[in-house]
Structures are given as C-alpha cells and as structure tokens.
Design a binder for this molecule. Structure first.
Ligand SMILES: O=P(O)(O)OC[C@H](O)CO
Length: 506
C-alpha cells in the first residue's frame, strides 16, 4: 500500500459576509481557496441575524470543495477561524437551532445592557471578563435566545438546549454532535469567561441567567477538538486541530503574537489588537481578551473596536457620486484622489454613523463633517474620509499606551482598504511608526492554520516563523509626523462635535 503524505491544512474562515476555505501546503503557501457569500437579515432596526443552518451549509460546502481539490487522504487537519461574539442556541437532541444566530452587530439586547449599567455592574463585569458592558458580546444575546422559546431557560438548565459561539456551532455540526467545545479566544468574547481562571464564571452566568449545562467546555485554541463524521461530502476522520476568533487569528498570522507587533484590521470597521502578557487592564476604553491559548500558555490581547472605518469611505464615496464605479475604478479613485489635493482644506469627517466605538464609546454620538468652505470638492471629502480611518486607529493606539506592558514597534495591517498606498503612508506618518502590510489577504485563515500546524507538530511558537508571510513596509516620515500632530489635535475637536445631536430626527 502506498503511504500518503498528509500535507495540507484546510483553514475555514467563517466571517459575517463569506465562508472561505483556504488550503495551505506544507510550506504554508496558499494553494487554493473557495468562498461562498452569506446572507444577513435585519428584521428590525438595530437587529442583525443570520441563519445558523446556512452558516453551516456554506462552511461545509467550501470545506468539501477544498477536500475534493487536494484529496481527503492528503488533508492533515482542519482549522477554524470565525466571526466572534455571534451567539446561537440549538436543541441538543435534534441539532436544530432554536432561533437565528444573533449577529455580533445586533443591538437587540441593548435594553438589558442598560439595566446592568443602572445596577452599577460595569466594574464587576470589566474586572471579571475584561469587557465593557455592550450588546456586542454574546452573553446578553444568549439570554435573549433563551427567552425567545417556551421554557428556554428550564430546557437549558437540563442541558436540552446548547448555547454557543460560532466555533462551537461549526464543530458540533462537523462532528455530528460528538464534540461540544469552544476555544479560549471565543469564550473570552462571550462576557461569561473569567479571564484569570480561563473558565466560565459562576457570577457572570448568574448575572446573565445562562445555565452552565447549556455551554460547551473550553479548550485551548490549538489541539484536537474532534473528527469529522457523518457528513455527505466530507469524509469521516479529518481532525479539527485549531479554533480561534478571526481577529485573534489575524494577530497570530501576522507575527505569532510578538510583543510590539500591534495588529489593525481595516474592514467595514476596525479591530486594533495588541498582544500583552497580563489579563489586567484598567483602561475603560479598551477590552482585554484572550488572544489564544497555544496549548502551552495563554496570550492576552488588548483590543479596541471601531465601528466605521472602511465603511466611512464607502459612505463618502456613495454620497459624492462614486457609487456607479466598478470596484477596480473605485479603488483607483481612492488611491489617487487624496494625493491629488495637498490637504482636506481643513475638513474633518468623524464617521460616528451609528455612534462612536473605542476609545470614545458613545452609542448616541452622530457623525459630522466640519470645516466646509466654498473650495471643498469631492477629492477633499474623500481624503477626509480616508484620514478619519487613520485618526481613529491612532486614537486607539494612544489609549493602549496607558497599559504598562504595551509596546508598539510596528503596526501590522490587513484588510481591503490596506491596498491603498496613500492611506498606509498617512497612517505610518501620523503614528510615527512603521506600518507593515501583509502581502497576503487571508491573515485569519493563515493564523488558524498556523495554530493547527503547531498542534500537529508540537514545538515552540518560534518554530513557526518560517511559515509567516511577507509584509510591505511603509516607513514613517518623521518630519511629516511632527506636522500631522496639529491636524490630529484638530480631529479631536471634531470628535467632540459629534457629541452634540439634533433634538429631533424629523
Ligand atoms: O465577520 P468579520 O470577519 O468582519 O469579523 C467579525 C468580528 O469577529 C466581530 O468581532
């Protein structure tokens, strides 16, 4: 019988808008990827949900295509990186969801979060979980889910309803209910995890009325979670060797969590995450989270989430008549327009389109464009939108500097808008530190695959260095850095103006 070399890792990147399967060979190179778009429903203002069944269907479909492409006998492992905070409940017996998956973007549990604030629970929750009170996190969504079905809480107490983040839901389905686990990074985004113990916290469970019997056990992000079984197009026996939240996976994929290498993902919004050594964080504006557990130890992450970055540019492009352009034409305009004018003519755009995130956190703030004068043209407004991304990211970095064990040697960036060279140079000049752009887009998949690789060939994290992808470096111009400080100050004045809101929306 001919021996086979199981050389491929299939990394599933299950995001909000796409499920992607990325195949990596034994050198860590991407061989092929398959993608399926995912639908999002917004049944009411502020409510965002997705079909749990369709998330699974799309994920299994892209994995099956990847397995078929390389041959099941050559697949060493599956690795999962997933959208975080999204919560789902399902019946243990049938595996059927009790309701839709409640998206991380959904604010339906905002009223309960307000109640917690009124009861002055903020300090206790932040100290235990590292997270501020916000409907973003899974716990209040899980509470809503249990309330959405008759006797939900009682069934959950008896273990007849399971609650999980998307990693645990996918694992359950990949293993036909055999494995019910989530990893430390996903657990850390529920607001039910005690950061010190790395386990579910009884006081948080009581506060959010979540029975322990409904929750998965927590495992390190790197290690054996279970084997595929009972699926139509995917053979039995493929091990799932890593599960990790997508933002955390990208941080790992950039530089394996090297201190000083801070990650910024530029998407619709942005997540800025720095690896830190301790779970302690007294900075209200930021969240502390578990970045990953690599099987040997936990790495913590300091994170600031900004709701509107790439989205601010899209909004401005649409609002200034660029919406008819193809993607390629729009990218070209966004690359060239800002440099075609020497400045914004003192225009600032603060894109608080649904409020401000880190480090300002004000749900009721609303956006402003200020400094308009007769000479302002589309190019100035587009430039102001692009600049707003850089100021918002720099504001989070400033908040991070208050933490003792925070270091910044380089900003490691990924995501669609990072293809804009002008934007990257402006970011480097504003911060006065190098910006390192990944030459490969699939950082989350790469990070998850690297964790699976570590699980397959135990060794130290530094053994993975040879698998890291190349980066392009943007070196800061320190003279311009000095000049931009004044503009950054002016931006902060503009931020203050978002705190004024019109009394009436009519
Ligand atoms: O779906 P993505 O890739 O935008 O990621 C969502 C984040 O994990 C939410 O925290």
């Amino acid at each position: 019988m001919q021996a086979t070399r199981k050389e491929f890792i299939i990394a599933l990147d299950e995001g909000t808008t796409n499920a992607k399967a990325v195949v990596l060979d034994s050198c860590g190179h991407i061989v092929v990827k398959f993608s399926q778009p995912l639908a999002i429903q917004t049944p009411r203002d502020g409510w965002v949900e997705q079909s749990g069944e369709l998330l699974v269907e799309a994920s299994l479909d892209v994995i099956a295509k990847a397995v078929e492409h390389v041959g099941a006998e050559n697949v060493a492992a599956l690795a999962i990186s997933n959208q975080r905070e999204t919560a789902i409940g399902w019946y243990r017996q049938s595996g059927k969801p009790i309701n839709a998956a409640i998206s991380w973007q959904c604010t339906r549990s905002a009223a309960f979060c307000d109640e917690l604030r009124r009861e002055n629970k903020e300090a206790q929750i932040k100290a235990t979980t590292g997270l501020p009170i916000a409907p973003l996190f899974s716990a209040s969504k899980m509470r809503w889910l249990l309330g959405s079905v008759p006797e939900g809480h009682r069934l959950a107490e008896r273990g007849e309803i399971c609650l999980g983040t998307i990693d645990s839901w996918l694992l359950w389905n990949l293993t036909q209910g055999k494995a019910f686990y989530c990893d430390h990074s996903n657990a850390a985004r529920t607001q039910l995890l005690n950061l010190q113990t790395g386990q579910w916290d009884n006081e948080m469970l009581a506060l959010f009325q979540i029975p322990r019997a409904a929750l998965p056990d927590i495992k390190p992000s790197c290690g054996l979670f279970g084997y595929t079984r009972g699926l139509n197009a995917i053979p039995d026996g493929i091990p799932v060797m890593a599960m990790v939240g997508d933002s955390h996976a990208a941080l790992f994929g950039h530089a394996l969590g090297e201190l000083g290498c801070v990650k910024a993902t530029y998407g619709t919004g942005s997540s800025v995450m720095a690896p830190v050594q301790s779970a302690k964080c007294d900075i209200d504006a930021l969240a502390t989270t578990i970045a990953w557990h690599d099987g040997d130890r936990i790495t913590y992450g300091l994170e600031g989430n900004i709701p509107h970055t790439g989205d601010a540019v899209s909004w401005m492009a649409d609002s200034t008549g660029l919406s008819e352009l193809s993607d390629a034409e729009l990218a070209h305009e966004l690359n060239t327009l800002p440099a075609s004018v020497g400045s914004t003519l003192s225009v600032y755009f603060v894109p608080a389109l649904t409020g401000l995130g880190a480090p300002w956190w004000d749900d009721s703030a609303r956006g402003v464009i200020c400094g308009l004068s007769r000479g302002v043209k589309r190019a100035h407004l587009i430039r102001a939108a692009l600049e707003s991304i850089t100021y918002q990211i720099a504001d989070v970095v400033v908040a991070m500097r208050q933490q003792d064990d925070f270091h910044l040697t380089a900003l490691m960036v990924d995501g669609g808008p990072t293809k804009n060279d002008w934007l990257m140079q402006y970011q480097a000049d504003l911060l006065g530190c190098p910006v390192m752009r990944s030459d490969v887009a699939e950082l989350s998949a790469i990070g998850a695959a690297l964790l699976a690789r570590k699980a397959l060939t135990p060794g130290s994290i530094s053994d993975l260095k040879g698998f890291l992808t190349e980066h392009s470096e943007f070196i800061p111009d320190m003279v311009r850095h000095q000049r931009l400080q004044k503009r950054w100050q002016e931006w902060r004045h503009a931020v203050n103006r978002t705190l004024w809101k019109p009394a009436s929306s009519t």
